[in-house]
Design a protein around this ligand. Structure first.
Ligand code: TXA
Ligand code: MG
Length: 337
């Protein structure tokens, strides 16, 4: 699996051309976006798309996001483009926002999992943009991790689990947003939030009014409004326990017990209020106390604790409030029930 390091700002056009050629040939290329690394394939080539599902071990009912170089290109996959889509695209593309709109019939069923809609996004990362522009095709790309595992925010995260399954990895350094895009469905009357993510909710609602938020429990059976609402997801190998600072002593005891049992306790903290947990953990990673910084570093921190061999991670509950929805969602899905 060749990994090519490219400048995140000015990637070498020869390397980008080579990656674009592989994509057009139906091969898989992992590349950085501003959110997480994506595992890309030619979106209009059903065999190439099948390769994504095989490499990830992803269930075929979970549809993919199609990436295009510019908003003007959505018509390759979208049958119609609601006014709200244009408004959101004007405001937030390129960026960490995915829009679900009616699909064109020639989009392979494998991409949309047979749904009448398709998810599209214009990523902001210069490497992703250069690749999409050079390839001149729509690129289907889920996060470049095995299904249900942690998303990759570094090329090394991709190499560790998918390295032997891709034709090329473009290493553009750490991603800057750090959690996946916010997904908004525009196929019903009122825009619906399908997945909170890198773009804060209040920024979207300022433009299109309050979003409908489907209750995941109500959709426990298929058809799921967004299969990505699958409960356990984004999870590290270690058990993960979320705690409030008031239970510092109890959690410290749990970590000490884990160590006595031969396990390795870890902690993921953002405040300095958890002295007990900090002292009981064998590995401690600190995250920034602001939503953007926390999101940027969260997955890398979980990857690091996994690499350190942690068997139990105590995670200090992040703050809540506007802008924290994406983080809250990922922490909830990463935690062990
Ligand atoms: O930031 C991101 O969105 C990253 C980067 C690589 O762009 N991609 C990503 O893809 O997170 P993935 O496959 O891990 O998540 C795609 C999400 C899933 O929750 C999926 O169910 C939803 O988008 N989705 C895709 N197509 C859909 C559709 N037609 N209707 C409803 N949900 C859809
Ligand atoms: Mg994913």
């Amino acid at each position: 699996m060749p990994t090519y390091r490219v400048s995140p700002e000015h990637p070498d056009p020869r390397i980008i051309e080579e990656a674009a050629r592989l994509l057009k040939d139906g091969r898989l290329v992992a590349f950085p976006t501003e959110t997480v690394y994506g595992l890309g394939a030619h979106a209009m080539d059903p065999d190439a798309v099948a390769g994504i599902f095989a490499a990830k071990g992803r269930p075929s009912w979970n549809p993919l996001i199609v990436h295009v170089a510019a908003a003007a290109d959505v018509h390759v996959v979208a049958a119609s483009w609601p006014a709200a889509a244009q408004k959101l695209a004007d405001a937030f593309w390129p960026g960490p926002l995915t829009l679900v709109v009616p699909r064109r019939p020639d989009v392979p069923d494998a991409v949309t999992a047979g749904l009448p809609s398709v998810a599209v996004r214009v990523p902001a990362h210069p490497v992703a943009h250069a690749l999409l522009a050079a390839a001149g095709i729509p690129v289907a790309a889920p996060s470049a991790n095995r299904s249900t595992a942690l998303s990759p925010t570094r090329a090394s995260h991709v190499a560790r689990t998918l390295g032997d399954r891709v034709a090329m990895i473009l290493d553009g350094g750490p991603t800057t947003v750090g959690i996946e895009s916010t997904v908004v469905d525009l196929t019903a009357g009122q825009p619906r939030l399908l997945r909170p993510g890198g773009l804060p909710l209040h920024q979207i609602e300022r433009l299109v009014g309050q979003l409908d938020t489907p209750d995941p429990m109500q959709h426990a059976d298929a058809p799921r409004p967004s299969p990505g609402m699958m409960e356990r997801h984004y999870a590290p190998r270690a058990r993960l326990r979320v705690f409030g600072t008031e239970s510092d002593d109890a959690v410290r005891d749990e970590l000490e017990q884990e160590r006595r049992r031969g396990g390795r306790p870890g902690a993921l903290l953002w405040s300095d209020r958890c002295g007990g947990v900090r002292s009981a953990a064998a590995s401690v990673v600190s995250l920034p106390p602001d939503a953007e910084g926390y999101a940027r570093d969260l997955f890398a921190a979980l990857h690091e604790l996994d690499e350190n061999g942690c068997t139990l991670i105590a995670l200090e509950a992040p703050p809540d409030g506007p802008g924290w929805e994406g983080v809250a969602d990922r922490v909830r899905r990463a935690s062990t029930p």
